[in-house]
Ligand binder design. Structure first.
Ligand code: SAM
Length: 234
């Protein structure tokens, strides 16, 4: 199986964003678990699993096939899946094509994740499950609870017209709840409740050293800043 054959929405620019953020943590001695809320067929989880160090754990949470019947699923979101309904079996097959062992799998709504992942245990959380305001708000609160100081949270679809609830929950956390943006791609926003500067500097350096992407100038938001990570020419 080839990685690029796995269906999903995890673009090369965010594959770089994840890899560089996790490499930065690994290079600076940060230890902790990884958590993904919304894993679909495993494209982003597989990359996260590649960055685990000995003793660390990846947990993924997804309704898998139950997403089509769960009462909280937004009909608009169901339409995104098209004929690609996620199944737990397909996820496990994909994951095991790239890793010897499965991650911890929590099959159920993401609102239950704090019953499975200890407070302060994680260094990296990817929020990519429901894109409805109440659910993203709840997932953001869960991320804050499970993340350690300077842990990184990544939000999918923070600016897509079809997902205004995600945008509302993300900016609410930034403007009212101490979340600091670090860098952003067209699809994902990377943020922390800790110090955003060291990771931002590392991402700018990795982009400068690459021959295929770049960062823009920092854009101020109140007393904060964010830089855009994009492919050259975009
Ligand atoms: C956009 S996909 C995730 C994509 C994946 N991260 C990737 O990069 O390929 C969203 C996933 O979230 C799951 N999902 C949606 N709402 C959920 C909820 N409330 N609780 C748990 N999983 C949910 C869906 O089953 C689907 O697999």
């Amino acid at each position: 199986m080839k990685y690029n054959d796995i269906p999903g929405w995890f673009n090369p620019i965010d594959q770089a964003g994840f890899a560089w953020a996790l490499d930065f943590q690994n290079d600076t001695g940060t230890k902790g678990d990884l958590l993904e809320l919304g894993t679909f067929l495993g494209k982003s989880a597989i990359l996260m699993g590649q960055k685990l160090k000995p003793g660390e754990r990846l947990t993924v949470c997804d309704l898998f096939e139950e997403v089509m019947t769960w009462e909280g699923t937004n009909p608009v979101e169901k339409a995104f899946f098209g004929n690609k309904t996620p199944t737990r079996q397909a996820f496990e097959t994909n994951y095991l094509a790239f890793h010897d062992q499965l991650p911890q799998i929590v099959q159920g709504p993401t609102g239950e994740i704090c019953g499975h992942v200890a407070a302060g245990s994680c260094r990296f959380v990817h929020i990519d499950a429901s894109h409805v305001y109440d659910n993203v708000r709840e997932d953001t609160a869960s991320a804050r609870q499970v993340l350690q100081e300077n842990g990184v949270v990544v939000f999918d679809d923070y600016r897509k017209p079809q997902c205004p609830g995600t945008a509302a929950a993300v900016w609410e956390a930034i403007l009212n709840d101490g979340l600091q943006p670090v860098f952003a791609t067209d699809a994902k926003l990377y943020a922390t409740w800790g110090d955003p500067e060291p990771l931002r500097r590392a991402i700018i350096a990795r982009a400068r050293a690459s021959d295929w992407c770049r960062t823009g100038d920092p854009v101020a938001i109140r007393d904060m800043a964010v830089v855009r990570l994009a492919r050259n020419g975009k």
